[in-house]
Design a protein around this ligand. Structure first.
Ligand code: 4AD
Ligand code: MG
Length: 435
């Protein structure tokens, strides 16, 4: 296929003419000379129309140009500052864009969210999408490099894995119970008994009625599951993954971090091994910071922010009380009140990035815990089979993609970390026709 000209590869056309289709993202004129900022999927560049070089009809057509209309230019490529600009010979408007709703002025978040399908075209959002794509690529690279097999987890699930209070149920031909998956973990445990080191990477759904800056109803999670890994080994894998993804992303996407005005010096310092503290030690730190803090509960957003702000590296909190964690986490053989679990908290107050554990591999203990958690045994028969036939020690964790991107990009809210956010309290998503 013939290589098409695009804004990213203008250098290949220096001094020559080309034809380009692009959207207009800015325009201004001072009478004899007019400027366009053109954008295609690959980048942005300036295009100059002047009475001297642009044909008369095209020059007149400039008055019809509007924000986000699609144009086609015939132009000569010239060196300009550190890059290139287009000297326009002729201009065509291929598709108009009257009254484009997103203007230069600042819009409220609600307006932008209902116009998310158009908001994505803005410079900041494009950089965020590129960083997200890069982060996903490095996650896959990391696991492939470590000899993991990618296994797809199902989305329609017969059971809860992360508590029954945050399930989206599905109208499944009116038969039995079916939910949208909260996590691919349980099925990765099955795959791990087949292939030892596996991971899934896909959407997860949580019907959490929380409008915090960290919660989405639909988010993406990468979940490795490893046969014969201890809690310690799972934490080592988690810190290597985080370091690998951060260092590769900031190296490859420095101009996008520039668009976001994100100071990457703080991220350059993220190097494993990360500090590791016990749940009890975390409670001690929190008691010093908040005299009314009560231990024995799971940490809230404020607690996590306080903890993570106390370290300049991400910090592992390990061995949470078993009664506040999921049914599948293994009991600590040294203290049956505790679970062999961990959370990894990001720096700068971003809170929980990863949750993981060693899994309960004893059939009787697991069965007891399923009952204690009020879960119906019959739906877990298949999961218990993994302990019935060649049970094996194993561990795994889940990393929330949008939490990672929020932290990396220094976002105020997780909603910008996903192309089309699904948020509690917004039952319509993109714009709908006014009644
Ligand atoms: O801690 P969680 O609930 O752990 C699990 O789901 C395990 N089954 C994972 C595993 O061991 N395979 O979720 C894991 C991560 C959290 O640390 C957080 O980063 C992210 O998923 N997460 C959310 N991200 C955005 N919105 C939400 N509502 C989230 N809930 C969890
Ligand atoms: Mg968690």
């Amino acid at each position: 296929m013939k290589r098409q000209a695009n804004i990213k590869n203008l250098a290949e056309f220096e001094g020559r003419e080309l034809e380009l289709k692009a959207w207009v993202s800015q325009f201004r004129s001072s009478g004899k000379i007019a400027f366009l900022v053109l954008r295609d999927g690959s980048g942005e560049c300036q295009a100059v129309l002047s009475e001297k070089t642009t044909d008369g009809e095209s020059f007149k057509l400039f008055s019809k140009v509007s924000l986000e209309c699609l144009v086609q230019v015939q132009a000569r490529v010239k060196k300009w500052k550190q890059g290139f600009e287009l000297e326009v010979l002729s201009l065509k408007i291929l598709s108009p864009s009257p009254d484009y709703p997103i203007a230069k002025k600042a819009h409220g978040v609600d307006f932008l969210l209902t116009h998310r399908h158009l908001w994505l075209r803005s410079k900041r959002q494009r950089s965020l999408l590129k960083i997200r794509s890069e982060v996903m690529r490095h996650i896959h690279d990391f696991f492939q490099k470590e000899d993991f097999v990618q296994v797809s987890a199902p989305i329609l699930m017969p059971t809860a894995s992360e508590g029954t209070s945050s399930l989206f149920s599905v109208d499944f031909f009116k038969e039995d119970q079916v939910f949208l998956s909260q996590s691919g973990q349980l099925h990765m445990e099955s795959a791990s008994s087949a292939l030892s080191k596996v991971y899934c990477f896909g959407p997860a759904f949580r019907a959490e009625k929380s409008s915090t800056r960290r919660h989405l109803l639909e988010f993406w999670m990468v979940e490795p599951e490893m046969a014969f890994y201890s809690l310690k080994e799972a934490m080592e894998l988690a810190e290597q993954l985080v370091e690998y993804v951060i260092q590769n992303t900031i190296q490859n996407n420095s101009s996008d971090f520039g668009v976001l005005k994100r100071d990457i010096k703080k991220l350059e310092k993220i190097k494993s091994p990360f500090p590791k503290i016990s749940y009890q030690e975390a409670c001690k730190i929190l008691k010093e910071k908040q005299p009314d803090f009560v231990s024995g509960k799971d940490f809230g957003a404020v607690d996590e922010s306080l903890l993570s702000a106390s370290f300049d590296q991400p910090v592992f909190v390990q061995k949470y009380p078993k009664n506040i964690k999921a049914f599948y986490m293994k009991e600590d053989p040294q203290n049956s009140d505790l679970s062999l679990s961990f959370d990894l908290l990001a720096t700068e107050g971003y809170g929980e990035l990863i949750g993981g554990s060693e899994r309960e591999d004893n059939l009787d203990i697991l069965l007891k815990k399923i009952r204690e958690h009020g879960l119906e045994e019959r739906y877990f028969k298949w999961y218990l089979d993994l302990r019935r036939y060649g049970s094996f020690p194993h561990s795994g964790f889940g990393l929330g993609l949008e939490r990672l991107i929020s932290w990396l990009c220094g976002l105020e809210h997780v909603r910008e970390a996903i192309p089309f956010p699904r948020l509690y309290g917004r039952s319509f998503f993109e714009k709908q026709a006014e009644e």
